[in-house]
Design a protein around this ligand. Structure first.
Ligand SMILES: [Zn+2]
Length: 498
């Protein structure tokens, strides 16, 4: 084993040109599995969502899930692909305990969607990532190794298999190799996965949660000297966060550069990304397609999507996420960075719905990105599950705009809403919150403040109006922040004007 000192990233990309490619698996959110009627809900008791078909019992026959085919075509169309007028599923033969059939029903030389692209924007420059293919296949089950320290097979006393996931429809999206991006390769990889995730999410065909495995990413990386042919690529498997996508490419560029500097040949292999150290470790040496003995699936009829159906799916595609973001950014009058934080917080729809319920863009964004985002963070829930609805947030903002709540009281009311005490008005009533602007009710507090602060009162009588702020503060204190500051100020000045 070589004891090479790793070069810096900057040195590595100064000497070598990276070429990347990404293979992404998206688990579709269909109600049933790809070839049987078993449910697909996440987190059920092991082996309770299985039947003879997905367990591959002798004599069972698959039937393709139309909803999964439709979702795959919609993904293909959204990625600017051509849709095959005729194609077949294929058997990919290999043995693994979590795959009861001994083959995976997938697609090989006849994918459903081919030759598309995704545009990503980096520092104002558009980079086009070619899409080689989008095909449909089925997921495997899950193996659990029990008794070891890390959940891995080493040191485990037994291994258990859960087939609930076996047969859930998976869509694989493969890019063409992406050359010519130099030092930006890690950033481009991350931007691509982000854009792909947003596009698939906008279609409503998957929840695309990397942390739950419904979006999984393998990253191919190779290096070559400028002007030389592309190098041998390695494949980093199951990188499970956007940040890790970026780190995996970066660390693989550094590792390969060190080997090439030493004249060592890169081996085509599968590698695993280490979340803790940020580098990759070798897995198995990579199989060639011929190792899988692909052949057309004899138990399923070919797919021949009706062109009119495909066209109607194309017509009904939602607005592209990047176009939608640009439109909303203009409408809400916010910067690109502010829009990014809204997107990352999962607040786009919530803010849109709050505006639709009557709030101003600034008012809607303030609550979702401020108080509510903070609460979601603290309690570790999605913003959409934080406990307030867009309609309630719009009601709250309208109470602020109407002068019935100030900022501080509004936060207290929101606390009640989130705690399930009802709509803002109900919380206001129940908790006795609300701005008091009735002069009758405030006069006593004003008189009390004047009596308690004779020096300040004298200054105001002498025309030093700016001193009124101290008395307003005193009144706010005795009314527990509920007095309307503007009315209080007017009352004080009226009292001390003669
Ligand atoms: Zn089944």
């Amino acid at each position: 084993m070589s004891t090479t000192v790793l070069p810096s990233y900057e040195d590595a990309v100064a000497r070598y040109e990276p070429v990347i490619g990404l293979e992404t698996h998206v688990e579709l959110g269909t109600n049933t599995k790809m070839f049987c009627g078993c449910p697909t809900a996440f987190g059920a008791e092991p082996n309770t969502q299985v039947c003879p078909v997905c367990l591959a019992l002798p004599g069972s026959l698959p039937v393709a899930n139309r909803a999964a085919i439709e979702a795959t075509i919609r993904i293909g169309l959204a990625l600017n692909c051509s849709i095959a007028s005729w194609c077949r599923m294929a058997r990919k033969n290999y043995f693994y305990p979590d795959m009861p059939k001994n083959f995976q029903t997938s697609q090989y030389d006849e994918p459903l969607c081919v030759d598309g692209y995704v545009d990503v924007e980096i520092d104002g420059e558009t980079i086009r990532i070619g899409i080689e293919r989008v095909h449909l296949e089925e997921d495997t089950g899950k193996t659990l190794h029990v008794g070891g320290a890390t959940g891995r097979i080493h040191g485990a006393t037994e291994s258990l298999v859960d087939y609930n996931r076996a047969g859930i429809p998976l869509v694989e999206i493969v890019t063409k190799p992406v050359p010519g991006i130099g030092a930006r390769a890690p950033e481009v990889a991350r931007a691509y996965v982000t854009e792909l995730r947003d596009i698939v999410r906008s279609l409503g065909v998957s929840d695309v949660r990397m942390e739950q495995g419904s979006l999984r990413c393998d990253v191919n990386t190779s290096l070559n000297k400028p002007g030389a042919p592309w190098g041998t690529r390695t494949e980093t498997k199951n990188v499970n966060s956007l940040r890790s996508v970026e780190r995996a490419v970066r660390s693989e560029i550094i590792r390969q550069a060190a080997l090439l500097d030493d004249g060592v040949r890169i081996i085509q292999e599968t590698r695993h990304f280490q979340e803790d150290t940020g580098d990759t470790r070798p897995g198995r040496s990579k199989e060639e397609a011929t190792d899988y003995r692909y052949f057309p699936e004899p138990d399923l009829v070919p797919m021949a999507p009706d062109p009119a159906w495909v066209e109607s799916l194309r017509q009904s595609l939602p607005e592209r996420p990047s176009v939608r973001r640009a439109r909303l950014r203009e409408l809400w009058v916010i910067s690109e960075a502010e829009m990014s934080s809204v997107v990352n917080a999962g607040a786009v729809e919530l803010i849109e719905e709050t505006i639709a319920a009557g709030a101003s863009p600034a008012g809607a964004r303030k609550w979702w990105m401020g108080e509510l985002a903070r609460r979601a963070n603290e309690t570790g829930v999605e913003l959409s599950a934080v406990g307030a609805t867009p309609v309630q947030v719009a009601q709250l903002q309208s109470l602020v705009d109407g002068g019935k709540l100030n900022d501080k009281l509004a936060r207290a009311v929101l606390e009640g809403v989130v705690a399930g005490e009802g709509d803002p008005e109900a919380v206001m009533a129940a908790r006795g919150l609300g701005v008091v602007s009735d002069t009758g009710a405030l006069t006593a507090a004003v008189d009390e403040a004047i009596a308690a602060n004779p020096d300040i009162a004298a200054k105001i009588r002498d025309g030093k109006v700016a001193a009124a702020g101290a008395l307003v503060g005193a009144v706010m204190k005795t009314t527990r922040g509920q007095a309307d500051a503007k009315t209080v100020r007017e009352l004080i000045l009226a009292r001390l004007s003669n």
